[in-house]
Design a protein around this ligand. Structure first.
Ligand code: SF4
Ligand code: SF4
Length: 283
C-alpha cells in the first residue's frame, strides 16, 4: 500500500529541490557545508521515505544517472558483482564501483600505516564502533544500496533479525544492521563505515576513537576518496568532467549526507515485509 500521490510528490519534490539547490553552485538551504551541518540536514530521510512510498522515484534517480561510469583503471581490485540486480537497478553498478575504489584506498592506507609499524586493531567480531559511533554519515545513493540489500538480498534468519532492528531502531543503542557483532549488510555498508579503521588498541566499549584518539583513526587517502566521489556524481546530475572536478573541490556532496541513526529505518522494515508478501505464493 503506497501513500497518497500528493504526499509522494511532495517528498519527491523535496529531494529534487534539494539536489538542484546543492548542485546549482549555490549554498544549500542549510547554509555552508561543513561537518556539523552535513549531519544536521535530512534529505536521506526524505529519500528513504520516497523509496518506501513511491518506487517511481527510484526510476527518476535512475534517469539522472549517466550510462557511462567514470573509470579509474589504475586502481586495481575486485569489484562486488550482482549481475542480475545491476541490470534491474542501473545505479547499483555505479555504487559498487565507488565502493571498489574506496576499499582499494582503505587497503592502501592500511598498507602504508603497516609500513610505519602500525597495527590495525579492527577485526571480525569487534563491533564497539557500531554502537558508539553515532555520527555516521550516509548519502542517498548509499541508502538506496543499503535498502536494496536489506530488501532483496538478506537471507533468513538474518533477515528477520534485521527487520526487527529496523522496526525498533528508535529503542536501539546500536546500528540496526549490527547482528551478533557483525554487519548484516557488510558488502553494502556505507563509505564512512568502510573508511573507519583504527590502529593500536581496539576501541573500548562506548569509545568513539574519532573523538578520543583521532591520530589512531585511518585518514582516507584523498586520491581514492575523490575518485570514488567522481564515480557517484553523475547519479546526482553532475555529468561533465569539469563540473565533477568543481563539485569534488567544493565538497558539494557533503550537503546531501545525514546521520545514519536519523534515517527512517522502520520504512525499510515495511519495504522488506512488502517484498516478502509479494513473493509468498497465494494459497
Ligand atoms: S573501529 Fe574500533 S570497535 Fe570498530 S572494528 Fe575497529 S577497533 Fe573494533
Ligand atoms: S552499517 Fe554495518 S559497519 Fe556500519 S555501523 Fe552499521 S553495522 Fe556497523
Amino acid at each position: 500500500m503506497y501513500a497518497k500521490r500528493s504526499s509522494c510528490e511532495a517528498a519527491e519534490s523535496a529531494v529534487v529541490a534539494r539536489l538542484s539547490t546543492v548542485f546549482a553552485g549555490r549554498r544549500g538551504p542549510m547554509g555552508p557545508v561543513d561537518r556539523a551541518e552535513c549531519y544536521a540536514s535530512g534529505p536521506v530521510t526524505v529519500v528513504i521515505h520516497t523509496l518506501q512510498i513511491c518506487p517511481r522515484v527510484t526510476h527518476r534517480y535512475t534517469a539522472m544517472t549517466s550510462p557511462s561510469i567514470p573509470t579509474h583503471p589504475s586502481i586495481v581490485t575486485d569489484r562486488l558483482s550482482f549481475p542480475a540486480d545491476e541490470s534491474r537497478h542501473p545505479w547499483l553498478a555505479r555504487l559498487l564501483e565507488a565502493y571498489r575504489i574506496t576499499d582499494a584506498g582503505v587497503a592502501e592506507g592500511i598498507r602504508r600505516e603497516a609500513q610505519q609499524g602500525r597495527k590495525l586493531a579492527c577485526a571480525k567480531g569487534c563491533a564497539a564502533c557500531c554502537r558508539s559511533h553515532t555520527t555516521i554519515p550516509v548519502y542517498p545513493l548509499e541508502l538506496m544500496g543499503m535498502t536494496w540489500y536489506a530488501v532483496e538480498r538478506l537471507p533468513a534468519p538474518l533477515r528477520a533479525r534485521v527487520q526487527d532492528n529496523l522496526q525498533n531502531n528508535a529503542d536501539l543503542a546500536a546500528c540496526p544492521f549490527l547482528v551478533d557483532e557483525a554487519c548484516a549488510i557488510h558488502p553494502l555498508r556505507p563509505q564512512a563505515c568502510r573508511h573507519f579503521n583504527v590502529f593500536g588498541q581496539a576501541c573500548a566499549e562506548g569509545e568513539d576513537a574519532y573523538y578520543t584518539r583521532r591520530q589512531d583513526v585511518l585518514t582516507p587517502l584523498k586520491r581514492y576518496k575523490d575518485q570514488a566521489t567522481d564515480v557517484v556524481l553523475p547519479f546526482y546530475g553532475i555529468q561533465h568532467k569539469a563540473q565533477r572536478r568543481a563539485a569534488i573541490a567544493a565538497g558539494s556532496l557533503h550537503a546531501l549526507a545525514t546521520v545514519m541513526k536519523d534515517c527512517n529505518w522502520p520504512s525499510v522494515a515495511a519495504r522488506m515485509a512488502e517484498h516478502d508478501q509479494q513473493r509468498t505464493p497465494v494459497k
